[in-house]
Design a protein around this ligand. Structure first.
Ligand code: ATP
Length: 265
């Protein structure tokens, strides 16, 4: 579905990522892990056509994305940016309905069906009560949920999410990651998202694309890629990855910080 082939990206003469190749299928949740400043947002900007690739190719449904019209592209690819505050105090329900723009007539506003899809997205994320609130007067975490609702309302085939959980409380982090995983599992979209939590990758990802400080990358199953060695090389910290048995009998892998002898737990 989305194919990134031998991609190089960067700004002007400055190269940020080189020779990166991966695919993302509908039904998959691909977690992008990597330290601050390694190039995750730069990769997303390049995939979204906001930054020209320095080399390589990006294909969507078999066709190079440079041949796609903006409108056609927006029907297929949704983007959740890191939360921002726009200058205009739109109502939350209007911000979410903007996700429908690529599906409708450019000159008419959202129709009844678009309003219903937007209301359903708000409901799914548990924020229907914010529908009439002004987007500029809600909290950072609420804004992030609104941007996620807008992307869900867009009903894209590929969803690109830049640190979607960074402002969310613990409960909302679990709800958003669980929900995104369910819509991917239901075969409704392929999701690529960045997170700084190895546990998000271990618990929810179908595959992980891990970048390290030297800008080397590796893609594979979370249990293959998210290792104590990767976390040490990438973040310079000691961790332990434990395989635990859950109460329902299933197994999960979790990352905990290592504590040396004599150190406080
Ligand atoms: N507009 C820009 N012009 C030039 N360089 C930029 C620009 N935006 C980012 N960079 C540089 O590109 C590198 C990668 O930045 P990027 O934002 O992609 O990192 P990231 O992996 O998303 O980081 P973080 O985890 O902190 O969000 C950084 O060194 C940054 O300084």
């Amino acid at each position: 579905m989305l194919e990134v082939q031998a991609l190089a990206c960067g700004y002007g003469h400055r190269s940020i990522l080189e020779n990166l190749s991966f695919t993302l299928e509908v039904g998959e949740l691909l977690c992008l892990l990597g330290p601050n400043g390694v190039g995750k947002t730069t990769l997303f900007k390049t995939i979204l056509g906001l930054l020209p690739p320095r080399a390589g190719e990006i294909r969507l449904d078999g066709r190079p994305t440079r041949h796609w019209s903006r409108r056609e592209f927006a029907r297929w690819v949704g983007y959740v940016p890191q939360a921002h505050t726009p200058p205009f105090p739109f109502q939350v329900e209007d911000v979410v309905a903007m996700g429908r723009t690529a599906h409708g007539n450019l000159f008419s506003g959202p129709g009844q069906e678009d309003r219903e899809v937007a209301a359903e997205a708000l409901e799914t994320l548990g924020i229907s009560a914010l529908a009439k609130a002004s987007y500029t007067e809600i909290s950072g975490g609420e804004r992030q949920l609104v941007l996620i609702a807008r992307a869900l309302a867009q009903q894209p085939r590929i969803l690109v999410m830049d640190e979607p959980t960074s402002n969310l409380d613990y409960g909302n982090q679990l709800k958003v990651m669980g929900h995104v995983r369910r819509i991917a599992d239901a075969g409704r979209m392929g999701v690529i998202l960045t997170t700084h939590h190895p546990d998000h990758a271990l618990l929810h990802a179908s595959r992980v694309l891990a970048l390290d400080r030297e800008r080397h990358w590796r893609i594979g199953r979370a249990d293959e890629v998210v290792s104590e060695d990767y976390l040490r090389r990438t973040y310079g910290v000691e961790t332990e990855i434990h395989d635990i048995r859950r109460r329902d009998g299933g197994r999960s892998r979790l990352c905990v910080p290592a504590v040396g002898p004599g150190e406080p737990p």
